[in-house]
Design a binder for this molecule. Structure first.
Ligand code: MF3
Ligand code: CO
Ligand code: CO
Length: 263
């Protein structure tokens, strides 16, 4: 069965701009705190305080039993890393911080990579850059009449030119009044396949790109997804809405902090 894809109204889009903007500002806010010696539990608390101070709530908290306000995924962690005071970030680490806010009943979902300190390896820098570029290629494929497969194909084509591989086990998702709605947005696939995009659809695009092969496993905590080969993984996420001729991105950084280095 094919789940129904909601077509949102112009005023719904305005609400999504507000929610998405708060998610983006949270990612801006946390940037100067993501430095060597900090721990991911503290980063999570800072994000949660910021979100609540702006009259929103963190969507992940207690979502299907998830215990924290944000997901923070370091180095070989692909996604859904659980923030933890014992997880200290070190010089040279790369980390994804994934923030989803609920503001006035609307979900804004975004994530970015952070470089910890100024000694991140060239390989990690390249993985970060290709992952952000792949997300932006996917976004460039969003317009009425295109399909979800066009998005996945654009991402995969860019990401898999070299040895890096797109993670198959997690996908983008419809979003709006609900956190995870139809359609699924695969980050790989064939142009022309999948659901046809229509004005009013709202979804995330959030490719996870591994330095090595695509294989992932989930740790016994039931959440933390890691690369099986323990090589690095990177991810960026935006929430977007389909409009005439293209799309609007709800989660752009007001500071212009789209991809590291952020200065
Ligand atoms: N924000 C993540 C996403 O992009 C979902 C996190 S669900 C959680 O869809 F439960 F792990 F928080
Ligand atoms: Co998402
Ligand atoms: Co997210």
């Amino acid at each position: 069965m094919r789940p129904h894809i909601i077509l949102y109204s112009k005023s719904d889009f305005q609400a999504m701009h507000r929610a998405g903007n708060l998610a983006a500002r949270t990612l801006d806010f946390i940037t100067p705190h993501a430095i060597p010696g900090c721990n991911t539990g503290e980063l999570d608390r800072l994000c949660e305080e910021y979100i609540r101070a702006h009259d929103a709530v963190p969507a992940p908290l207690n979502y299907r039993g998830f215990p924290k306000a944000t997901c923070i995924s370091v180095n070989h962690v692909v996604c859904h890393g659980i923030p933890n005071d014992a997880k200290v970030l070190r010089e040279g680490d790369i980390a994804n911080i994934d923030v989803t806010v609920i503001l006035e009943g609307w979900h804004g979902d975004a994530s970015r990579m952070y470089w910890i300190g100024d000694k991140v390896s060239v390989a990690a820098q390249r993985l970060t850059r290709i992952t952000h570029e792949s997300l932006m290629r996917g976004i460039a494929a969003v317009r009425p009449g295109n399909t979800t497969g066009d998005i996945g194909a654009a991402i995969q084509q860019h990401a898999e030119q070299g040895p890096a591989r797109v993670v198959r086990d997690f996908c983008g998702h419809g979003i709006g009044r609900g956190f995870h709605e139809a359609p699924n947005i695969l980050h790989y696939g064939n142009a022309g396949e999948g659901a046809e995009l229509q004005e009013g659809m709202i979804f995330t695009i959030e490719p996870m790109i591994n330095q090595g092969n695509a294989q992932v496993k989930v740790l016994p905590d039931g959440w933390t997804a890691v690369t099986r080969d323990r090589k690095l993984s990177a991810q960026f996420e935006h929430s977007v809405g389909v409009v005439e001729g293209g799309c609007e991105v709800f989660t752009l950084s007001p500071r212009g902090w789209h991809c590291p280095p952020y200065h």
